[in-house]
Write a protein that binds this ligand. Sequence first.
Ligand code: FES
Length: 134
Amino acid sequence: MKRRSFLGVLGTIFGVTAFGSVAYPLLRYLGPPQAKIDAGKQSFKKADVGDAREIVFQNTPAIIINRPGKGYIALSRVCTHLGCLIDYDRKSKKLICPCHAGFFNLEGRVESGPPPKALTTFPLRVEGEDIIIG
Ligand code: FES
């Protein structure tokens, strides 16, 4: 291969690589947000949840609770006082913040302590054996 044709091939390779490195991210940016649509929902099997299961939903620590006689609910575990993570006490059926003794009921409403408002509730629906959050 002559020097001139070798440089031509090398230039073509660099050109295609440079074009691809600009075009691909641009097309991804301009395309429909496919991942966002799917990222908004999470599915769990009832058997895997049991009476309660801690999850992470949209980067937020959360918990799914099967309330006796009332069905499932999905709540944020981030306390509305100063942001500590609440725990579910299966014995008392309460959500307890270990930082300043904030107590929430199974609807996420404040029962006592310093939290100023209820826990965030996430949309949840049950389809057969699946629990779908989001
Ligand atoms: S952070 Fe939860 S009660 Fe203070």
